[in-house]
Design a protein around this ligand. Structure first.
Ligand code: TPP
Ligand code: SF4
Length: 200
């Protein structure tokens, strides 16, 4: 079990700091014992979250946090399992896992830090990048319409879906607390700022 978290290395002004605060506050307010907490992440800037939390955790593979979290919860249903990944991870390479998690309704929380780009790999367009946005991979402006992950999760059968801005720590905290208490798969899309690459 992790007691000493790694040094935080996100860019100044990154929304991941705010999400991290909200997540820690939610866990503290719900008095979840650290030996019963597992934070699972994929790969991306956001995915350092598992290294920056006390308790148990694992930084897994890009797009594969959800199946890992599913396995943890199935092996020990007493655990509070929270999965965190980016929009590229959750809605791109890992979207099949998200759909089946919605359908299976195994009780854990999946948070997507949606900064509308592939930040760790230096700012390429993702499937939530808006039309017209200039990124490394769309220098003339993105021409492909973004997907709507909240609608997708609902259509796939998820009974708890929310989208909240990272600027509102209280709302994020309350939403995470509600999601942890929900007896089923809960998906939270967080509209995340990324001052290094998201300039739209
Ligand atoms: C299977 C696999 N494909 C590609 C990569 C390279 N890769 C690492 S992070 C990343 C994208 C990260 O974007 P996102 O999931 O949105 O998270 P962010 O960095 O924006 O928080 C990619 C493509 C990888 N690590 N593994
Ligand atoms: S690149 Fe963006 S998402 Fe990654 S740490 Fe920096 S501000 Fe945050």
């Amino acid at each position: 079990m992790r007691h000493n978290t790694n040094k935080i290395q996100w860019c100044p002004g990154c929304g991941d700091f705010l999400i991290h605060i909200a997540l820690k506050q939610a866990i503290t307010e719900l008095k979840i014992p650290l030996h019963q907490l597992v934070v699972v992440t994929g790969i991306g800037c956001n995915s350092k979250m598992s290294q920056y939390m006390e308790g148990y955790g694992s930084e897994t593979l890009h797009g594969r946090g959800i199946p890992f979290a599913t396995g943890v919860k199935m092996a020990n249903p007493e655990l509070t399992v929270i999965s965190v990944s980016g929009d590229g991870d959750s809605y791109g390479i890992g979207v099949g896992h998200l759909i089946h998690a919605c359908r299976r309704n195994i009780p854990f929380v999946h948070i997507t830090c949606d900064n509308q780009n592939y930040a760790l790999t230096t700012g390429q367009a993702s499937c939530t990048t808006p039309i017209g946005a200039k990124t490394k991979s769309t220098p003339e402006g993105n021409e492909i319409a973004p997907m709507h992950p909240v609608n997708l999760a609902e259509v796939a059968g998820c009974k708890f879906v929310r989208s909240v801005p990272d600027k509102d720590i209280k709302l994020m905290k309350e939403t995470i607390m509600e999601a942890i208490k929900f007896n089923g798969f809960a998906h939270i899309n967080i509209q995340q700022s990324c001052p290094s690459w998201k300039r739209w």
